[in-house]
Design a binder for this molecule. Structure first.
Ligand code: NAP
Length: 506
């Protein structure tokens, strides 16, 4: 890697040692985003002796999705023991499935324990990142005008970080509060109000039981019914916490057991969708147990194969829908009036507050408009047909750039941290290669990226995700550009060693 001596074309004086976060500075590595991906990358850099990294975070705190999502009842649907860094185990998770607040605190603790704060610049939303081919560096600018250059840029901006507001006629003219699940407005008192929740995905199934006891009337607008299975969540006993504290190896063993049990889920999803019948039977039994009213139950029967969209875990979603103050509306929304939502059947539903649990811009994330590669075109322009990368990490035309949780690295069955840690190892391998060989610039070969994606798309054919439902896993052309279609150990194996032969180098 370079020596940290790139000059900047602006007039800002070159900062002296100690001005790590000064505008106009140059760094070996600039990392975008202080969620699991960015923080993990910073820790790994630190541990590998790469001290000249800077992390740019748009908000005033670390935590990523677990900072932004603080809606009532926000939890994680991956077991806590697996939903943490392997190099920073937490022996005292309060529950087997963590609450958002506790995961956020875990990331704050990691930031403190690994001494990351001096390298993080908060309130620094990256508005432009441009590869300068002559200078062999990235030129990065933030919303407040701060700028820097970097030998290497690692983006951990998070695929689920840009809330999607639905294009529903009249939504702008609604007179009451309207907010997205990822921008929960706690100043709005829901007590005694008629509240509409639009959407029935992973966020909604947590929000609905979270607010149902408090509101006067709850209207849940469903476009498609999700598959819901029981959530085997329970408090972690003090005894177990003490054992984990004393014997970390035992906690690692339990973590491994959880990891492998979840890997088994890849078999029905990616290899034998016919095996999903057993899971569907379990979900139907769960529905039958929790919803007695046959009319409501019929509305809640999904009409696509289980796993095609994310399978949801909840013990309290169905009971909240069956409560006297809740109505499930499965008619298409026509438009929003100043104090109501009108559905296609002509019914006007009066509401005071609208909650949009309508998901995120995943295949059209705004960051892809801000990053410009070797030819001056943005990632989005490169991806005009479809987003793609090599190993979800490198993109041809974008030298010295690595993405964490880039295209086709998403999972429907286990912890994303498994994927991130595989990427950390690969990126560190690239850094090491550059340092050892004195290589300044690497860029994945177009043919390598193409072959990788052909193989990936072939693999996706025949999986449950291609079984015909509309989901955020697919882009506008119906191409799955978000999920890794195989066991995660295969991803880990593939990224275990950096492969310089796949890259042009200079
Ligand atoms: P989502 O899964 O994309 O769900 C969005 C919901 O809004 C869907 O039910 C969708 O209907 C509906 N919708 C979207 N646009 C609409 C419109 N114009 N009119 C009516 N309905 C509309 O979003 P999410 O629930 O926020 O979850 C996103 C992802 O975040 C999850 O898949 C998961 O990966 C992650 N997440 C994880 C957790 C966790 O516990 N770890 C919790 C929350 C979220 P259709 O289904 O018909 O499209």
């Amino acid at each position: 890697m370079g020596t940290g001596s790139k000059s900047n074309t602006t007039t800002t004086p070159t900062p002296t040692h100690g001005d790590r976060l000064a505008s106009g500075s140059h760094h070996r590595v600039v990392i975008i985003g202080a969620g699991f991906a960015g923080l993990g990358m910073a820790i790994q850099c630190q541990q590998q002796g790469i001290s000249d990294w800077v992390l740019l975070e748009k908000a005033d705190d670390v935590g990523g999705t677990w900072r932004d999502n603080h809606y009532p009842n926000c939890q994680c649907d991956v077991p806590s023991n697996l939903y943490s860094f392997s190099f920073a185990l937490k022996p005292d998770w309060s529950r087997s499935f963590g609450w958002a607040e506790e995961i956020h605190q875990y990331l704050q603790q990691c930031t403190q324990d690994f001494g990351l704060n001096p390298g993080i610049r908060f309130d620094s939303e990256v508005t432009a990142a441009q590869w300068d081919d002559a200078g062999s560096c990235w030129r990065i600018t933030t919303a407040d005008g701060w700028h820097c250059t970097a030998d290497v840029m690692v983006s951990g901006h998070g695929p689920l970080s840009a809330p999607a507001v639905p294009d529903i006629a009249g939504l702008d003219e609604f007179s009451g509060p309207v907010f997205h699940s990822a921008h929960w407005d706690h100043s709005v008192d829901l007590e005694g109000k008629k509240v509409a929740v639009i959407g029935t995905g992973a966020s909604s199934v947590q929000i609905v039981p979270g607010i149902q006891p408090e509101v006067d009337e709850l209207l849940v607008f469903q476009r498609s019914a999700p598959w819901v299975v029981p959530r085997p969540d329970r408090p972690v006993s003090e005894r177990r916490k003490a054992i984990y504290r004393r014997f970390p190896a035992l906690q690692r063993l339990v973590r491994q057991a959880i990891y492998w049990s979840r890997e088994l889920l890849v078999v029905p999803m990616a290899y034998r969708p016919s095996l999903l019948g057993a899971g569907e039977a379990q979900a139907r039994a769960h529905l039958a147990r929790q919803v007695r009213d046959p009319e409501l139950r019929a509305k809640l029967e999904p009409d696509y194969s289980m796993g095609c969209k994310r399978v949801l875990l909840s013990n309290d979603y169905y009971p909240a829908l069956a409560a006297d103050n809740t109505s499930l509306v499965d008619e298409r929304i026509d438009k929003v009036g100043t104090g109501s939502i009108l559905t296609a059947d002509g019914v006007e539903h009066e509401v005071d507050v609208i909650v949009l649990a309508t998901g995120f811009h995943v295949t059209d994330h705004p960051m892809a408009d801000r990053v410009r590669g070797r030819d001056g075109r943005t990632l989005n322009e490169h991806w005009s047909e479809s987003q793609s990368a090599y190993l979800g990490t490198s993109v041809t035309g974008f030298p010295n750039m690595f993405m964490i949780i880039g295209p086709n690295t998403g999972l429907g069955h286990t912890s994303m941290i498994v994927m991130m840690e595989a990427q950390f190892a690969y990126i560190l391998g690239a850094f090491d290669h550059m340092r050892r060989t004195g290589t300044e610039v690497i860029e994945v070969r177009p043919q390598v990226q193409r072959s990788f994606n052909e193989e990936l798309q072939q693999k996706l054919d025949g999986t449950v995700w291609a079984s015909g439902c509309a989901s955020w896993y697919l882009d506008d052309d119906g191409r799955n550009t978000t999920l890794w279609p195989d066991f995660t150990f295969r991803f880990r194996r593939r990224l275990a060693r950096f492969d310089p032969g796949s890259y042009t180098q200079r």
